[in-house]
Design a protein around this ligand. Structure first.
Ligand SMILES: [Zn+2]
Length: 363
């Protein structure tokens, strides 16, 4: 068994459709949990029996109330799977593997499961996916071959909706080197790839930073050039070394992955020294190591035979719609690109990385 996960390319209407289903899942799970606790307490009946009784109550009474009429417009598979989740949550609890099920809240994130009630379905290779009872959706990264599966989980991470499903096979089909990738560098996420993968830089642990500040204050108080002060400086040096190592390790893994996976890598030709002159950005950028990232990418592209394309630094990658090319202002605080022309709704950084991918040098 292995899992396949792809980012969904949704317009506003489709994104709302997904949110509604996530809400539906939460409401059903919580109603089930509340009914179960009121009616049965602990023990006595089997989980399956209780869930079947709950289903009867929900189907014959709750769903018929006018205030719950909206439920009938959504996929009933979400409802079935929410109750299966509830049953499994209770089984795990009874086996001592988990705590007592708690009410699902919006803060736990948005996700839900649907399945095909007629058994397994065949997904075709290509850049769209047909999800049972929900519809056909576009993908940012195509399915490289056909897959057979039955159950689909849809979840939102950051601003991006994903679909994942598992496939009954020994291993993934041999991956071909994928042709091109566009990379958006950012402060919120270190890099966002045009296939919707996101890599966040490891932040030095808060306690390490606190410790560092403490040591620096201590060194200031100590007698200059004393043995004790030297000891403190040694400790400071070691801590700096540790932070640098964590960062470097992250950058090496990332640049190796990129240069071994893609034939062509497109990034913005950032004016790093220009950005460093901007006092507000300087700290964050030096901290993140964009310069080191670029350096490693250059030499590893040579090493692994990948082609690095530098995109014109004046190219307005975040202002353009990656679907129709419409241009509009995008203040830094706006995290989602909502296109007024073609109705695409896409994470800001993902949109920029897609524009970078599609950029071609002018002849
Ligand atoms: Zn558009």
């Amino acid at each position: 068994m292995f899992a396949v996960k792809r980012a969904l390319k949704l317009n506003n209407k489709e994104a709302t459709w997904m949110s509604k289903h996530a809400g539906f899942r939460r409401v059903v799970f919580n109603m089930g949990l509340s009914l179960r606790t009121q009616m049965y307490g602990e023990g006595k009946f089997s989980d399956s029996k209780i869930i079947n009784e709950l289903k009867k109550v929900l189907t014959n009474h709750v769903k018929k109330q006018p205030e719950f009429a909206w439920m009938n417009q959504l996929s009933s598979r979400v409802y079935q799977n929410a109750l299966i989740d509830l049953k499994e949550a209770f089984s795990r609890y009874r086996l001592g593997k988990a705590r007592h099920p708690r009410f699902a809240s919006r803060r736990d994130g948005q996700s839900f499961t649907v399945d095909s009630s007629n058994g397994k379905v065949l997904l075709n290779a290509g850049s769209t996916i047909k999800i049972p009872t929900l519809g056909t959706f576009r993908l940012y990264e195509p399915l490289e071959c056909g897959f057979v599966t039955q159950t689909f989980t849809i979840s939102k991470e950051g601003n991006i909706w994903f679909v994942s499903f598992s496939v009954d096979a020994e291993r993934l089909p041999i991956q071909q080197r994928k042709s091109s990738v566009g990379i958006d560098l950012g402060i919120k996420s270190f890099v966002t790839l045009s296939n919707a993968r996101v890599f966040d830089a490891p932040k030095p642990l808060k306690q390490v930073k606190t410790k560092l500040a403490q040591l620096q204050r201590k060194a200031h108080r100590q007698v200059k050039c004393s043995k004790n002060q030297r000891k403190t400086y040694d400790k400071i040096g070691k801590l700096h070394g540790r932070i640098a190592w964590i960062r470097k390790d992250f950058l090496h893994k990332l640049t190796t992955y990129l240069t071994q996976t893609f034939e062509q890598i497109k990034i913005e030709d950032l004016n790093v020294s220009g950005m460093m002159a901007n006092h507000k950005l300087a700290g964050a950028i030096a901290d993140l190591g964009f310069y080191e990232f670029r350096r490693q990418l250059e030499y590893k592209c040579q090493m692994y035979g990948a082609n690095l394309v530098l995109v014109d630094r004046w190219f307005p990658s975040s202002k353009l719609c990656s679907n129709c090319g419409h241009k509009k202002d995008m203040p830094l605080s706006v995290r989602t690109y909502d296109c007024p022309v073609c109705d695409l709704s896409v994470d800001r950084d993902l949109n920029a990385s897609l524009n970078i991918l599609n950029w071609e040098p002018s002849a």
